[in-house]
Design a protein around this ligand. Structure first.
Ligand code: NOJ
Length: 548
């Protein structure tokens, strides 16, 4: 505790006015906790708030600045909390409101921030709003959801598909209409064109902001508004047989409608009345559309999640180009951000391999912009295979395909070599990875060459060097497998060189001299060594070089 405060005040002196001109969510590192899987405190096999509070020492030691927790609200758990039945409560599985208040206070006492997941696009079908809405056609809340008459021969009103499989329309026998659900039928979409819905969700935001939460990660922000005429979506000419069937159509009319930006601006205006809170938007769109979510004159989301490192192939040329495109596309004042994984995506260590996951960590933590770390990635946790008959994720179950299940990336955090990796004394809700005796926090924290130590050194360097957190970015060179860029602030300049291939590579000619000292290497032995004239990288190696 004292250490952190001391470090913070040193930082302040060291960083001086640079950090003063940047906000916590700009120079900080965000860490995502999937609450079911982080730490169980009561032996029911499911993580909870008391469990999270008990692990704050670890997060502080790691050096992260803000925690984003996936939904903790009352929910029938059809989509593990993304089906909210009460937006201002706490699910008993996770604890009580007192537990939450204590967690928030403890996070703040340590100088960290807490970001909640806001799920405004849809509710649970058990939410009182929906129960009223479906009660009768003339219920005052009927128009809070998207009800439509059947199409010809009783068919759904249009061809829109659910992300989780099948038609996005569910027939309601009692009132003789269909309702729209972008996800499960247990997750009806709200009608955001209705001002009463907007007001109600803004009240939800106020509730948590009044409590002192530091911001929201807004679920499926680009889904909020749908085409007013409910036109059919066109076919996707690039559909591949291995894609989710949802991908058969392009969601041209069911997502990313121009009017969504007015909604985001309303949310942002509310946040602005609370000072330096943050709004992160979950948005899977190409860069040119994504950056519109910063809003006119920066009145949109502070951080529209940038998933380029999640969706692009692991290829130096493509990633290097995407960084430049992204940097060039940011509107004035738009702050960048980067993500390697989350609870919906395969883990980075499974996607690119254990060695490349180190290179990826270096990339995430040295690019310009706010990094978000997914819990366990700092250990190199991998996807855990889970057979179809044990799948819990509705996406895997609905498609009857374990390949579409998100359980593999949601397995329990690996804390120590004890039973269930120290996650629970009970039966864990998802299996613990078999490598837990070797891959766990207790063991890796003392190994200077571990992935965890690498994460910690990179985060520490960011905290110490404004060049790496808020400094400028400039591309330097790219070859078949290597990318190199410069981060600088004032006199201090750091070259980041990453080999995304497995074989050694040399950058023979670079537009700037590369002489300097290695301050962080994906392999600790390299640290302190000199680089002179040309850059030689081992396979799967990344280096941060402080230039002379
Ligand atoms: C995005 C969330 O990240 C995902 O986990 C969830 O299933 C959908 N939104 C629906 O809320």
């Amino acid at each position: 505790m004292q250490r952190r405060e001391a470090q913070r005040s040193d930082d302040h002196v060291f960083r001086g006015s640079v950090m003063d001109s940047h906000l916590w969510w700009q120079h900080g590192v965000v860490y995502q906790i999937y609450p079911r899987s982080f730490q169980d405190s009561n032996g029911d096999g499911i993580g909870d708030l008391v469990g999270i509070a008990s692990r704050l020492d670890y997060l502080e030691w790691l050096g992260i600045d803000a925690i984003w927790i996936s939904p903790i609200y009352p929910s029938p758990m059809a989509d593990f909390g993304y089906d909210v039945s009460d937006h201002t409560g706490i699910h008993p599985i996770f604890g009580t409101m007192d537990d939450f208040d204590r967690l928030l206070a403890e996070v703040h006492r340590r100088g960290m921030r807490l970001i909640l997941d806001l799920v405004p696009n849809h509710t649970s079908d058990r939410h009182p709003w929906f129960e009223e809405s479906r009660a009768s056609r003339d219920n005052p809340k009927r128009d809070w959801y998207l009800w439509r008459d059947p199409g010809p021969e009783g068919r759904p009103p249009n061809n829109w598909l659910s992300v989780f499989g099948g038609s996005a329309w569910e027939w309601d026998e009692r009132t003789g209409q269909y309702y729209y659900h972008a996800f499960l039928k247990e997750q009806p979409d709200l009608n955001w064109r209705n001002p009463a819905v907007q007001d109600a969700m803004l009240d939800v935001m106020r509730f948590w902001l009044d409590k002192g939460v530091d911001g929201f990660r807004v679920d499926v922000m680009w889904h909020l508004i749908k085409d007013a005429q409910f036109r059919d979506n066109p076919p996707n000419p690039h559909y591949q047989p291995d894609d989710r069937p949802y991908e058969r159509l392009l969601p041209v009319y069911s997502t990313d409608q121009p009017e969504v930006h007015d909604i985001v601006a309303r949310m942002r205006a509310l946040l602005d009345t609370y000072g330096d809170r943050v709004m992160i938007g979950e948005i899977y769109l190409p860069i040119d559309k994504l950056v519109l979510y910063y809003g006119d004159e920066g009145r949109g989301a502070h951080l529209p999640f940038n998933f380029q490192l999640v969706v692009l192939p692991w290829n130096a040329g493509e990633i290097f180009a995407a960084v430049s495109t992204y940097e060039a596309s940011l509107p004035p004042g738009g702050w960048p951000n980067w993500v390697l994984g989350n609870h919906d995506q395969p883990r980075i260590a499974s996607r690119v391999g254990e060695e490349q996951a180190r290179v990826a960590a270096m990339l995430l933590l040295t690019l310009r912009g706010t990094p978000t770390i997914y819990y366990g990635d700092e250990l190199g946790m991998k996807d855990v295979p889970i057979p179809l008959d044990r799948v819990r994720d509705p996406q895997g179950i609905n498609y009857e395909n374990a390949a579409f299940s998100r359980d593999p990336q949601r397995t329990p955090m690996q804390w120590d070599a004890g039973p269930n990796a120290g996650f629970t004394t009970g039966e864990p809700w998802l299996p613990v990875a078999w490598d837990w005796r070797r891959r766990n926090v207790e063991r890796l924290r003392d190994d200077p060459d571990s992935m965890l130590s690498l994460y910690r050194r990179l985060i520490e360097l960011r905290r110490r060097e404004p060049a790496l957190s808020v400094g400028d970015y400039a591309p330097v060179a790219v070859s078949a497998n290597v990318m190199a860029f410069l981060r600088s602030h004032g006199e201090r300049r750091f070259l980041v060189a990453l080999n995304l291939g497995h074989r050694p590579a040399i950058l023979e000619s670079t537009p700037i001299p590369v002489d300097g000292t290695i301050v962080v290497g994906t392999h600790v032995d390299r640290e302190g060594m000199r680089i002179a004239e040309r850059l030689e990288l081992d396979g799967d190696e990344g280096l941060v070089v402080e230039l002379d």
